[in-house]
Write a protein that binds this ligand. Structure first.
Ligand code: PGA
Length: 256
């Protein structure tokens, strides 16, 4: 399966930044096949970015950084999966920055279900706040938090739709910190996540793509991507630097 690279532009670029960035990313990605790319601009710039993108590239899709689970109604400031269904193929759900802002697993689970209802692939973010692995020792308290985020976030997901789920393993301490988890650390957690999914979904869980995110740059991307267990990367800060992001996508495309 092709690697999946997700660019989460967060609340970084202004409208004019986004248009310039989209133009540079588009031309940089034109010659790069062999990788699936998702671009998640701030929601207010989604339409201008899509319009500016013009001709679509078959391997590049748009994503939302967040969605609201109800379809329509009195939810000031929110945008629903239903409203985005024709614009995005993916949506990031349960990012730690949203969990910090007060989202709980129940809301996140409703968001996951809303995405599936409207044929948007949810990218469910999970991750511990404090480092949980030191050598061979795993801090069970921290792991339990990740395992709870997984089981509760996926509580509405049945076996027949598990292959539409993407999991992003993002240790919170590694996000925006210039202190990424080592690939070895990451692999240990990814293995636990996979086995947790298998306990619930059996062999159907083999189809779930598990990404890594947290201080990924073009200089370290290949270290993660060369492991078949790591299906791709969720990139924040480096995704708003066109050259960096294109180089990460290029690294992903050269992995066989
Ligand atoms: P970062 O962010 O790449 O800037 O660490 C990743 C994320 O928050 O998804």
């Amino acid at each position: 399966m092709k690697k999946l690279i997700v660019g989460n532009w967060k609340m970084y670029p202004t409208l004019s930044d986004s248009i310039v960035l989209a133009g540079s990313v588009r031309s940089g990605l034109e010659g790069i096949g062999g990788v699936q790319v998702v671009i998640a601009p701030p929601i207010s710039w989604l339409v201008p970015v899509i319009e500016h993108w013009k001709r679509s590239l078959p391997n590049v899709h748009f994503g939302a950084q967040n969605i609201w689970p109800d379809d329509q109604g009195a939810f000031t400031g929110e945008v629903s999966a239903y409203m985005l269904k024709h614009m995005v193929k993916y949506a990031i759900v349960g990012h730690s920055e949203r969990r910090n802002a007060g989202e709980d697993d129940d809301l996140i689970s409703r968001k996951v279900s809303a995405c599936l209802r409207w044929r948007i692939k949810p990218i469910l973010c999970v991750g511990e706040t404090r480092k949980m692995i030191s050598g061979e020792t795993v801090d069970q308290n921290e792991w339990r938090k990740v395992s709870k985020q997984l089981s509760e976030g996926l509580s509405g997901v049945k076996k027949d739709s598990i292959d539409d789920i993407v999991i992003a393993y993002e240790p919170v301490w590694a996000i925006g910190s210039s202190n990424p988890a080592t690939p070895e650390y990451c692999l240990k957690v990814v293995e636990r996540i996979r086995s947790n999914l298998k306990d619930k979904y059996g062999s159907a869980a083999d189809m779930v793509q598990i990404l890594y995110g947290g201080s990924v740059e073009s200089s370290n991307a290949a270290e993660y991507l060369r492991h078949p267990e790591i299906a791709g990367l969720l990139v924040g800060g480096a995704s708003v630097k066109a050259k960096e992001f294109i180089n990460i996508c290029r690294a992903a495309s050269s992995i066989k």
